[in-house]
Design a binder for this molecule. Structure first.
Ligand code: AHR
Length: 701
C-alpha cells in the first residue's frame, strides 16, 4: 500500500531534461490517512562543538575551576599594567598529583581541588588575573553581569610539614608579604585593557580562609556590542591571592540562575520541539567507563560539581547538569527523552550483563527517580531540594547510544537486563533500543523485540534524495522508529542550502510515514564557530551543524529553518497522495565509476508530503525542488468540500546549492512568506529552483 504513496512508487518518472510529462500531485482527502505522530519533531543535544561550555550554558568564564588542563591555567593570564612590577600566576593542582601539603591544602572541598594563585611581589600599578572567556567575553549595552569568585589571602607562617615531606620547589612564600584587606577590582574590559566596559570592587577581608565574593557589573547604555573583551580581577597590593570557581553570568533565559543563553534558547523555543534527547550521543558514554555522563555529580551547588572528561576532546564543567537539562526541556515545553548509560563506552570498554551490570542499572533507576519521583522517594526528594518540586513527564528512556559499535555483541543481554529492571519499576516507561534490525540485523535485540528502535543517518544530500522514500516500504509490524540522529552533512561549520534540500526531502519521507516514525531529531544541534586568532584552531569537532554562534551572535543554518518550519506547519493526519511524472536527476559519475563503465544512478528532483489538521481543515503541503530548474506541478485536491482561493506559502530558497548563512552574514537565507492566489481543487504551481516550499491550503472540514 505504501508504495503507492511514496516517491518510489510513482509511475512514469522522467530524467530532468528534454520533454517531460506534466508532474501531478493528487491529494485524496477522502482516503483515511494515518495519524501524524504528535512527537515527530524534537531536538538532540550533547556536549560537542562547545554546545554548553562556550555555548548554550551562559557561563562566560572558561576553566572556572582550573581543571581543564592539569599543567597550565587554560584561558587565564597575568595582567600587569606596569612592566617593572613582579608577579606570576600558578596552577595549584591540589589533588591531581603528588604535591606538598602546603599546596594541597588549598582545596575548598572534594570537587574544587585546584585553584589559581596570583603572587604579587611588587605592585606599583594594577596586577591581576584575566580570563579570555570562550573566544571572547560578550559585551552588550545596559547589561547586568553577575560576577562571583572564591578568594583567600596569604598564609604567611611557614606551613606545617611532616618530617618526610620534601621542601617545596616553589618560591619561599614567607618572603612575600601578606596581602592586606581592601578593595579588589573586578572588570570587564577590552583585551588590551584600554576600555573598561563595566567595573566594581569587593572588599577583601583579612582572612586566610576561602570566602565567596559576589558583585554585579553593569555596562553603560551607549557601548557598541563586542566580544573582544576579557574579565579581570586585580589588586594594587602585594601578597598571595588564591582564586577558585570564578564565574560571570549575563542575564539568562527566563532569568534562571545558572541558566542558558537568551538568544540560543529563543531559537530553540521558536522551533517548538516536542522532546529533547540528552545527554548524548557519545557524551553519554564517554571515552572510558569512568567518563560516562556522571549525572549524580552534576546536581546541586556548582561548588559540588567537579566536571568530567567529555567525549569530544575537552573537559565539561557540568554546569549543564541533569536538572539544567530538565529545566531546559521545561523552558521549551518539550519532554525529556533520557539517554541512560548502559555499560558501554566509546573506546570499547563494556560491562557484560550479569551482577556487574546491576550497579549501572541501579544508577539508571536512581536517575529515573530523580526525574519522575515524588517527595516520598529518595531521589525525588533530592530534586525537590534542588529546587524543582514537580516531577517531570517521562515517556521514553534510551538504553545506551549506538551500541552497534560494541563488537562484543553484549547489547542483547545488557538491553534485556535494563529493560526488565526498568519495566518492573516503571511499567509505563518505554525503553528504546539503540540497535535497529534494519541496519544491524545480527546485533539487534533478540527474543522480546524492543517497542522502539533508534536509527541514525548521516548522509550527503544525494544520499538523502535517493533514500527519501525508504520508509514507504518499511514493515509496519516491526518496532516503531525513532530517528534519533540524522543530518545531511554539507557545509562547514553549519550546513548549506543543499544540505537543507537533503534534510527537507528526508523529512517529507518521515512525515509521509509518521505512523511508523514516531520521533526524530537532527544532530548535532549546536556549533561554536570561533577560531583561535593566533593558531586558527577551531572551536568545533563536527562539521555541518544546525545552529552556529560565537560569544556574541548566533544564526540558523538553512537546515535550521527547514527544521523549524516542518514542525510548525504540520497537521495531525497524513493525507494519502500520488505523485506522478516526477523528473529524475542523474548523480554525476566519479572518475573511477566512469572508468569502470558504471551507469549513473538517479534520484527524484521533487519531494512532497501532505498532512492535514482535521480540526481546522488546513492542509500543509510541502514540496522540495532539489534541481536547478523551475518545475510546474499540477496539484489536485480530491474530495475537499470547499477551498479558499488564497493560500499562505513559505519558501526557503537560494541561487546556488552552496548558498548559506554564516556568523558574518547571518540572514542570507531566510524563509519568505507570501500569499498565493487562484487556489482551486485543481491548480498548477510553479516551484522555484533550489527551493523548499510549504503551502497552507485552507480546505473546508
Ligand atoms: O552527532 C555526533 C555523534 O554522532 C554522536 O555523538 C554519536 O552518537 C554519533 O556517532
Amino acid at each position: 500500500m505504501k508504495k503507492m504513496l511514496g516517491v518510489v512508487g510513482f509511475m512514469g518518472c522522467a530524467v530532468l531534461s528534454g520533454y517531460a510529462q506534466q508532474t501531478t500531485l493528487t491529494l485524496d482527502i477522502n482516503k483515511p490517512g494515518a495519524d501524524v505522530s504528535p512527537m515527530l519533531y524534537g531536538l538532540m543535544t550533547e556536549e560537542i562543538n562547545h554546545s554548553y561550555d562556550g555555548g548554550l550554558y551562559a557561563e562566560l568564564i572558561r576553566n572556572r575551576i582550573f581543571k581543564d588542563n592539569k599543567k597550565i591555567p587554560d584561558g587565564w593570564s597575568l595582567v600587569k599594567d606596569n612592566a617593572a612590577d613582579t608577579a606570576n600566576i600558578k596552577l595549584m593542582a591540589t589533588s591531581e598529583e603528588y604535591v606538598p601539603y602546603d599546596e594541597r591544602k588549598h582545596a575548598i572541598n572534594g570537587s574544587l581541588t585546584t585553584c589559581l594563585r596570583l603572587t604579587v611581589e611588587k605592585a606599583s600599578g594594577r596586577v591581576g588575573i584575566a580570563n579570555e572567556g570562550y573566544w571572547g567575553i560578550p559585551v552588550t549595552p545596559a547589561t547586568a553581569y553577575k560576577a562571583s569568585f572564591y578568594l583567600k589571602g596569604t598564609e604567611r607562617s611557614e606551613p606545617f610539614r611532616w618530617p618526610w615531606e620534601p621542601k617545596p620547589n616553589t618560591p619561599p612564600l614567607a618572603d612575600i608579604p601578606n596581602n592586606t584587606p581592601g578593595p579588589i577590582t573586578v572588570s570587564i574590559e577590552s583585551k588590551d585593557g584600554k576600555t573598561v566596559y563595566a567595573s566594581g570592587t569587593i572588599q577583601l577581608e583579612k582572612s586566610m580562609y576561602w570566602k565567596k565574593y559576589e558583585l554585579t557589573l553593569t555596562t553603560a547604555g551607549n557601548i557598541q556590542p563586542t566580544k573582544d573583551a576579557r574579565f579581570v580581577i586585580s589588586t594594587d597590593r602585594t601578597g598571595l591571592y588564591y582564586f577558585n570557581l570564578v564565574s560571570l553570568f549575563p542575564p539568562t533565559f527566563n532569568n534562571r540562575e545558572n541558566g542558558n543563553r537568551q538568544d540560543l534558547m529563543q531559537m530553540l523555543v521558536d522551533m517548538k520541539p516536542k522532546f529533547l534527547r540528552f545527554p548524548g550521543g557519545n557524551y553519554l558514554e564517554g571515552p572510558l567507563i569512568t567518563d560516562a555522563f556522571p549525572w549524580k555529580t552534576t546536581l546541586g551547588m556548582l561548588e559540588n560539581r567537579p566536571g568530567h572528561n567529555g567525549s569530544w576532546g575537552y573537559r565539561a564543567s557540568d554546569g549543564m547538569g541533569l536538572l539544567e537539562f530538565l529545566e531546559w526541556c521545561e523552558d521549551m515545553g518539550a519532554e525529556p527523552l533520557l539517554g541512560l548509560y548502559a555499560g558501554y563506552s566509546l573506546q570499547g570498554d563494556h560491562v557484560d550483563s550479569g551482577p556487574l551490570l546491576k550497579t549501572y542499572i541501579d544508577d539508571a533507576l536512581d536517575e529515573i527517580e530523580y526525574v519522575t519521583g515524588d517527595a516520598n522517594t529518595y531521589w525525588g526528594a533530592k530534586r525537590i531540594a534542588d529546587g524543582h518540586p514537580a516531577p517531570f513527564k517521562l515517556t521514553y528512556v534510551e538504553i545506551g547510544n549506538e551500541d552497534w559499535f560494541d563488537r562484543s555483541n553484549s547489547y542483547d543481554g545488557r538491553f534485556k537486563q535494563f529493560r526488565e529492571a526498568i519495566e518492573a519499576k516503571y511499567p509505563n516507561l518505554i525503553c528504546i533500543s539503540t540497535i535497529p534490525a534494519t541496519q544491524y540485523p545480527s546485533m539487534s535485540v533478540k527474543g522480546k523485540e524492543a517497542a522502539v528502535v533508534d536509527e541514525h543517518y548521516y548522509r550527503n544530500a544525494w544520499d538523502m534524495w535517493e533514500n527519501a522514500s525508504q520508509y514507504d516500504t518499511y514493515d509496519r509490524k516491526g518496532p516503531k522508529i525513532f530517528v534519533g540522529e540524522w543530518a545531511t552533512r554539507e557545509g562547514i561549520p553549519t550546513t548549506n542550502l543543499n544540505a537543507a534540500f537533503g534534510d527537507a526531502a528526508w523529512m517529507t519521507g518521515m512525515e509521509r510515514n509518521s505512523d511508523l516514525i514516531i520521533m526524530s531529531c537532527y544532530a548535532p544541534l549546536f556549533v561554536n564557530v570561533s577560531k583561535d586568532s593566533a593558531t586558527g584552531t577551531r572551536a568545533w569537532q563536527w562539521d555541518s551543524d544546525l545552529i552556529g554562534y560565537d560569544a556574541l551572535n548566533s544564526y540558523g543554518s538553512p537546515s535550521y529553518y527547514v527544521q523549524k518550519l516542518f514542525n510548525l506547519y504540520l497537521g495531525n493526519k497524513i493525507v494519502p497522495a500520488t505523485f506522478e511524472n516526477v523528473p529524475l536527476q542523474n548523480k554525476p559519475l566519479s572518475k573511477t565509476d566512469s572508468a569502470e563503465g558504471k551507469k549513473p544512478v538517479s534520484a527524484p528532483t521533487l519531494f512532497y508530503s501532505a498532512t492535514r489538521n482535521d480540526a481546522t481543515g488546513i492542509i500543509y503541503l510541502k514540496i522540495v525542488n532539489a534541481s536547478a530548474k523551475k518545475q510546474n506541478i499540477k496539484i489536485n485536491l480530491k474530495c475537499v468540500a470547499t477551498i479558499e482561493p488564497e493560500a499562505t506559502m513559505i519558501v526557503i530558497k537560494g541561487n546556488q546549492p552552496d548558498d548559506t548563512n554564516t556568523i558574518m552574514n547571518r540572514e542570507n537565507i531566510l524563509p519568505v512568506t507570501s500569499t498565493i492566489k487562484g487556489i482551486k481543487t485543481s491548480f498548477t504551481k510553479t516551484i522555484d529552483p533550489y527551493s523548499v516550499n510549504i503551502i497552507e491550503l485552507k480546505t473546508g472540514k
